[in-house]
Design a protein around this ligand. Structure first.
Ligand code: B12
Ligand code: SF4
Ligand code: SF4
Length: 378
């Protein structure tokens, strides 16, 4: 067995579901990435457009001196929401990937172990670097070229036997690309357009990229500040992230049933009781979600998202918690979301709360939302 075969075999032992080789040359769809940026579809993720990172995305060779080939790797996770028994619309949802401890460090350690195990058996060890969404790399494009799957209409990399519920990681090496490197997989979406129809904000573009400005995953995870009021209803019950364009996908549904992934001891439930969670303090948030992807939203973003979901659920039991946040939160972002949510719940007891708050509110954006809520009630 040569180093390439050894790495692929060892990757399988370490739990990677897919692996494939690709050269460290310019990714095939780099121009699509730049036109996506030019269209402003990256929303507030300005780090994606930084010139130094653009150069690395275009030339993966810059990621490591002497880089020649890249082993693209997929690591699976369970997409619980495909299972109707755990689908609880009265709760708020957390995207499946975020129920596991943060994947960046865990996956990098596993790829590192892979490289070390194989290198220890080789006469002439190879040089390498390990990446998992930790550097400017077009991970899906490279994975597509490495034969790990096709890019679906929902923009995700999909494999006929493994669906799309997997993370991507890369081992950049100075090994010459193997002569029989993998071929890209052909498109299996056919005439299906389920994901475009399932996307609550219709932000999936025909060229298989996403308009992040309207994507619930972006808005609930990455976006800081107020979420535009016209998008709040579409957020529905998504507290953190969104899997709607994947849980509707026939390839995800089919493969999820047959997937056997060991139960993770540390996995969080994908469904949370919004009402009780609204009272979470910043300290409690940190201790509960430290080390999990949810921490990325920060406490302010998380409470904002919960308030929006409570409004969408029109749950009268949330009135007390939302009123408390409106009257005493230091964060205008939380106050705006709470005011909007109270307006959505719209029971008689909400009106005096909003009226008395209006005279105290000094943030103009929040004032607009409180007034709109009161108008709706009258
Ligand atoms: C920014 C980002 C986001 C943004 C923007 C997403 C987007 N679709 O652009 C937001 C916050 C919205 C997001 C959401 C999610 N993300 Co994200 N995200 C990234 C990140 C950091 C960069 C992606 C990027 O550059 N986007 C810009 C677009 C233009 O590039 P792209 O999506 O990679 O598409 C390229 C190729 O697919 C190809 N391509 C595009 N269209 C077509 C069409 C054809 C026919 C072909 C052949 C190729 C092709 O060209 C593009 C440019 O190279 C990557 C990690 C990384 N470094 O790559 C993770 C990553 C893409 N995310 C990931 C995940 C898991 C998610 C979520 C599922 C999380 C969630 N549940 O909420 C959602 C999925 C939303 C979706 N439908 O894409 C995984 C994807 C795994 C997979 N199986 O595809 C990645 C790879 C992280 C990882 N290491 O595992 N994400
Ligand atoms: S993650 Fe949600 S909002 Fe974003 S493209 Fe997919 S379905 Fe649409
Ligand atoms: S839902 Fe249909 S169109 Fe969308 S990614 Fe899956 S197979 Fe492709």
């Amino acid at each position: 067995m040569d180093a390439f075969e050894q790495l692929k075999a060892e990757a399988e032992h370490l739990g990677f579901s897919l692996s494939g080789w690709v050269s460290a040359a310019r990714p095939a769809h780099f121009d699509l990435f730049t036109s996506w940026l030019a269209g402003g579809f990256h929303a507030g993720m300005s780090y994606l457009a930084r010139p130094d990172t653009l150069a690395k995305r275009e030339h993966p060779l810059l990621l490591m001196e002497g880089a020649r080939s890249i082993l693209s790797l997929a690591y699976p996770y369970q997409m619980q929401a495909c299972d109707s028994t755990v689908n609880k619309p009265e709760y708020g949802s957390i995207a499946a990937y975020a129920c596991l401890p943060d994947y960046h460090g865990r996956l990098a350690a596993r790829v590192e172990e892979l490289a070390q195990r194989v290198n220890s058996q080789l006469e002439k060890p190879f040089h390498y670097r390990v990446f998992t969404d930790s550097a400017p790399i077009l991970e899906r494009d490279l994975a597509w070229q490495a034969g790990l799957g096709w890019v679906g209409r929902n923009g995700c990399l999909i494999h006929a036997q493994h669906g799309s519920a997997f993370f991507l990681a890369e081992l950049v090496t100075d090994l010459e690309l193997p002569p029989a490197a993998s071929e890209p997989v052909t498109d299996h979406c056919g005439n299906c357009r389920r994901c475009l129809e399932a996307c609550p904000t219709r932000c999936i573009r025909e060229d298989r990229t996403i308009d992040a400005r309207h994507c619930i995953s972006y808005l609930t995870i990455e976006h800081r500040g107020h979420i535009p009021v016209d998008l709040l209803s579409a957020i529905n019950t998504h507290v953190f992230g969104c899997d709607d364009c994947q849980t509707c996908c026939p390839w995800v549904i089919k493969t999820n049933r047959s997937k056997s992934i060991p139960e993770e001891e540390m996995a969080l439930a994908g469904y949370i009781d919004v009402c009780s969670e609204l009272g979470l303090t910043e300290t409690e948030f940190k201790s509960h979600f430290g080390g999990y992807p949810v921490a990325r939203a920060r406490w302010e973003g998380y409470i904002r998202n919960l308030a929006i979901v409570a409004g969408n659920q029109r749950d009268a039991n949330a009135i007390d918690a939302l009123s408390g946040l409106l009257s005493s939160s230091q964060s205008a972002v939380i106050r705006l979301a709470s005011a909007w949510a109270l307006g959505q719940i719209g029971t008689a007891s909400v009106q005096p709360v909003l009226e008395s708050h209006l005279s105290e509110e000094n943030d103009p954006d929040v004032q607009v939302v409180v007034r709109a809520a009161l108008e709706k009630l009258n």
